[in-house]
Design a protein around this ligand. Structure first.
Ligand code: ADP
Ligand code: ADP
Length: 225
């Protein structure tokens, strides 16, 4: 099955006496190995779509499937479990913990999931080296550049071996050259680990490098050229 599948997804918010229809019968499929750009103007519903895909919100209609599992009928505990197992989140601002080193930041999600310190450290080092950050492992976020911090955030997002990366403007606060470098690292990781990624971005040069581009048009998901 596709890593992520949305069928006829509806999402509306109350707006005064009426409803704001953000998603109207939205359909989407993302398969293993695919990196999909989500390009749409502000307010079009990008965050809503990412939150639905990440099981942080529930649709008002339709179904969200993760790895073939229909999530609509799952309870909160089961949704949280699935989210923690299947999804890695990357944000524009990295939310690294300032008092911890790069290595510890990448170890933490694994230890929360019950992995021993030694195994977590081993995997964290491996991921940091994949991101070409070996030399930064013992540094705190404040001692790193923006691009380095964002690469640590990506390593942390995949530490628990998710199947899907959901990213909201992951390079939004980086200069263009660094943005491409961070994307290179993310792409290499997706390819090497058989993940899939849905990446909201305003950077059209970056979007052009992804496998597919989608946009939101009147609540529908539309493939772009
Ligand atoms: P984007 O991420 O593309 O900027 P959003 O998904 O954040 O768009 O929002 C889409 C629309 O839905 C916007 O008009 C926004 O104001 C509205 N919206 C988002 N979340 C809520 C909410 N919790 N309650 C009411 N309106 C919301
Ligand atoms: P944890 O408790 O391990 O952080 P959660 O399942 O609560 O895991 O959240 C998973 C991810 O979703 C985290 O990266 C968290 O930052 C993010 N997250 C949780 N709630 C929200 C939200 N309302 N909006 C955006 N991101 C969220």
């Amino acid at each position: 099955p596709p890593v992520l599948r949305l069928t006829r997804v509806e999402r509306r918010y109350p707006e005064g006496e009426r409803w704001l229809e953000v998603l109207k019968s939205a359909d989407l499929e993302i398969r293993t190995g695919e990196i999909v750009a989500l390009c749409a103007p502000s307010g079009a519903g990008k965050s809503t779509l990412l939150h639905l895909a990440g099981l942080l919100e529930s649709p008002d209609g339709g179904e969200v499937y993760l790895g073939g599992v229909a999530t609509g009928s799952l309870g909160d505990a089961e949704r949280t479990r699935l989210r923690r197992m299947e999804i890695g989140f990357v944000y524009q601002f990295h939310h690294l913990l300032p008092e911890f080193t790069a290595l510890e930041n990448v170890m933490l999600p694994q230890m929360i999931r019950g992995l021993g310190r030694k195994e977590a450290a081993q995997r964290a080092r491996q991921l940091l080296s994949y991101m070409r950050l070996e030399a930064r492992a013992e540094h705190r976020p404040s001692e790193m550049s923006g691009g380095e911090q964002q690469r640590v955030a990506i390593a942390r997002a995949v530490a628990n071996v998710p199947r899907l990366i959901l990213a909201d403007e992951p390079t939004g606060n980086l200069d263009p050259k660094t943005a491409h470098y961070v994307f290179d690292a993310l792409q290499a990781l997706v390819r090497a680990s058989g993940l899939a990624a849905l990446i909201a971005t305003h950077n059209m040069d970056l979007a052009a490098r992804m496998d597919r581009r989608i946009t939101l048009d009147e609540g529908k998901i539309v493939e772009m050229a």
